[in-house]
Structure formats: C-alpha cells, structure tokens
Design a protein around this ligand. Structure first.
Ligand SMILES: Cc1cc2nc3c(=O)[nH]c(=O)nc-3n(C[C@H](O)[C@H](O)[C@H](O)COP(=O)(O)OP(=O)(O)OC[C@H]3O[C@@H](n4cnc5c(N)ncnc54)[C@H](O)[C@@H]3O)c2cc1C
Length: 384
C-alpha cells in the first residue's frame, strides 16, 4: 500500500476515508466535545461511534481481524477525529500505541489473542512506560518483573497512563535484569482483570480532559510466562521502536487540532465586523491566517512523509517520526494560540472551542517524549 502514495499526493482512497471520517466526526463526536471537556468524562459517544464504524483501531491487520489501514490512513483517521475532539482522537491513537509492541515483537499466539480482541472491540490497549521517577529517562524505570516457574510476577507503578482504567489490555515495560539497564528491560501484556492490578485517581489536567490519565499499580501481578512480548531483555528496544511509529500519530493529532482551530478562526473572521467591515478584510488578520495555513500544511506534509516511512519501516523513520511530532506539535501550539487571538475576547471563553483546542494542543509537545527529547533524537541522527 505504501508504494501507492508519494509525499505530496494523498491517494483518492485515503481522501475518501477522510471525508467519511470527517462527516462521522462532525455528526457524532463534535456535538459532545465541549461537554466531554467541561465534565472531564470519557468520550463514550465518540468511542461508540468509532467502534460501530470499525474506526477504533484501524491499524490492526486483516489477518488478525482488523481493517488493515496503512500508516497514512491511520494518521488521517486520527487527524479527522482530533479536528473536532482531541480527547476522542486518543482512542485510535492509543490503541495503536498500546498494541504496537505486540505487532512489532509479539509471538504469533499473542498477536492472535490480543490484536484479535482489539479488532473485535473486546477491549482497548494502553502503553505503560513512564514512572514517577522515570520520564524522559525511561530506562531508569524501577518496575520489576521476576520469573517464577511458568509465570512472571510484576511489582511497581506506571504513571501518566492514557486511558488507564478504561482499557482492558496494557503493555508494561519492566526490569528483568537490573544490572543491564535498558538491555535488562522486558515488555509484557497485562490485563485489567489480572489480580493485583489497580488504578490511581484521574489526573486533573490542563487539556485532553476526556482522556483519563491514571497511575497503573502492579502489586504482585502474576501472569503466565507466555505474556512476555519478544525475548527477555528486548522490551526497551521494542518500546522505542513503538514510539518511532506512534510519534507520527501524535503529529496527526496535532495537525487535526490545528486544522479545527484554523477552520473556526476562518469562519469567525469572515463574520465578525469591526470598523464597518469584516475583520477578514484587514491585512494584519490575513497575514496571521496565511502564517497559520502555511505552518499547518508544512506540518501535514512532514507528518505524511513520516507516515510513509512508518508504513515501509524505513531506516530513517526514527528521525522523521521525531521531526514530525516536534514540528507538528510546535505548529499546533502556535496555530491554536493565534486562533484564540483572532476571536479576541470570545476566543478566551468556553463559549467557543478555541481555548479547548489551545489547551489540548499543549500535550502534543509533551507526551511520547517531550519536544526537547525529540530534538535530541534528531540531532543524534544528524551527528551519527
Ligand atoms: C496527559 C499525559 C498522558 C501521558 N500518557 C502516557 C502513556 O500513555 N504512557 C506512558 O508511558 N507515558 C505517558 N505520559 C508520560 C509522558 O510521556 C511524560 O510525561 C514525558 O515523557 C515527560 O516525562 P516527565 O513528565 O517525567 O518529565 P521530565 O523527564 O521530568 O522532564 C521535565 C523537563 O525537563 C526536560 N528534560 C528532561 N531531560 C532533558 C534533556 N536530556 N535535555 C533537555 N531537556 C530535558 C523535559 O523536556 C521537560 O521539559 C503521559 C503524560 C501526560 C501528561
């Protein structure tokens, strides 16, 4: 599929997908976005609409019962959902994040069991890497997994876990050999129903309030040995390779939020009159719109170029994924801030969606590695 698209031409099939998701998002997701944010509640309406249309985990391959969307199609789905609701876009995005370790390194048995369950909508997937003392320096994690006969026993706490408590399945990175630092980390599938799994309270966040973020506590969680993802000691590598692919989906979330803000701003400046004419007539406003559109399109092109690399598994995906996530999230922060500005005082109120979009955009500069970390990843590649 990836060979079908080049950097500047999105195939017709993908544009068709975009218009389908856009009309679904406008009809079924947008009307609830403000309430989801205001009440900081899970976007159940969005979840139901996405699941009913097989859009909750589009990346799962057909051989495991999924719809087999390629990386660009997955980006387009996330982008179009984020355009109306940033929180809801984390349903398809985090289902990919959580299940990617299984896709990249899991045994055939794990793939059949868990990707099948995800595709059939028997549960969502979350990704557990971060810990209270191990954020950017994720390899310094303390969560332990100890082999005991035919089982692994996990103890520790994973924090900031998106969709924790709602998801049924969790990929958990844990130390299996403390002497070896990143090479002593392994990945596991943990289920919500495994005895010893519990969740902390919801974090009280600035944005993406509809997406629950909680600590996942692991207290003597005993899981069958075959729930390890790949060989012992390969978990950190799998976790990093996962992020190479999924940073592209965060870039998609960023451009979706930015597109939503730009669309609202364009509508508004056409209608709002000051000094006897629409404010869209003023060159100061036009130049702002031009800069917003320019940054957005540059971010989109870089994101689609990274998606093509994700689909092909190119060697330069690491740099492209980091660049796309970093550039698109910085652009989204600037575009949403300018969109608030273009609405004047109204932009600053909760009667319009712009302030929500600005708050939601901020997280894209922080998670899946902060933008400082993305710049480290990129500069390492350049200096290699
Ligand atoms: C809403 C939300 C959802 C999240 N979802 C998940 C999830 O589902 N799964 C998961 O595992 N994690 C998740 N995270 C965690 C997220 O990935 C981390 O917050 C992020 O990686 C940063 O780690 P930290 O918060 O510990 O910040 P720190 O690492 O403490 O960083 C603090 C500051 O120092 C800077 N800094 C750190 N090291 C360097 C350096 N070497 N050079 C320059 N600057 C540096 C950082 O850029 C940042 O500005 C989520 C976080 C949030 C807020």
């Amino acid at each position: 599929m990836s060979q079908d698209f080049d950097l500047f031409q999105v195939p017709e099939s993908h544009e068709l997908l975009r218009s389908t998701v856009r009309s679904l998002a406008e009809k079924e997701i947008a009307p609830h976005a403000a309430a989801v944010d205001e009440e900081a509640r899970f976007p159940q309406e969005a979840f139901d609409a996405l699941a009913a249309n097989d859009l909750h985990a589009v990346h799962v391959a057909e051989e495991y019962g999924g719809v087999g969307a390629d990386a660009l199609a997955t980006v387009i789905v996330i982008e179009e959902v984020a355009r109306v609701c940033g929180s809801s876009s984390l349903i398809p995005a985090v289902n990919k994040l959580g299940s990617m370790p299984v896709i990249l390194s899991g045994s055939e048995e794990l793939k059949r069991r868990y990707l099948g369950a995800l595709a059939r909508n028997e549960g969502m997937f979350s990704y557990c890497l971060s810990e209270p003392e191990a954020g950017s320096d994720a390899a310094s994690m303390k969560t332990r997994a100890v082999r005991d006969g035919d089982h692994w026993v996990l103890n520790g706490a994973k924090c900031w876990i998106t969709n924790a408590g709602v998801s049924e399945f969790y990929t958990v990175m844990a130390v299996t050999d403390p002497e070896k630092r990143s090479r002593g980390i392994s990945a596991f599938v943990v289920e919500k129903s495994d005895p010893g799994v519990s969740f902390g309270p919801k974090e009280r966040k600035l944005g993406i309030k509809g997406s629950p973020t909680r600590t996942v506590n692991l207290d003597n969680v005993r899981i069958p040995a075959d729930r390890i993802i790949g060989a012992e000691g390969t978990g950190f590598g799998t976790a990093m390779r996962t992020l190479d692919h999924t940073r592209v989906t965060i870039a998609a979330q960023a451009i979706g939020i930015a597109q939503g803000a730009l669309d609202h701003a364009v509508d508004y400046v056409r209608q709002r009159h000051q000094f006897g004419r629409p404010i869209a007539d003023f060159q100061g406003v036009q130049f702002m719109l031009a800069d917003m559109g320019m940054k957005l399109e540059a971010a989109r092109q870089l994101t689609y170029a990274a998606a093509a690399r994700s689909e092909r598994g190119d060697a330069d995906l690491t740099g492209f994924g980091a660049a796309a996530k970093c550039f698109a999230s910085d652009a989204a922060m600037e575009i949403t801030t300018d969109a608030v500005q273009l609405l004047g005082g109204y932009g600053y109120t909760r009667d319009f969606p712009l302030e929500r979009m600005m708050r939601d955009a901020k997280i894209t500069q922080i998670y899946e590695g902060t933008n400082q970390i993305q710049r480290i990843v990129l500069s390492r590649q350049l200096l290699k």
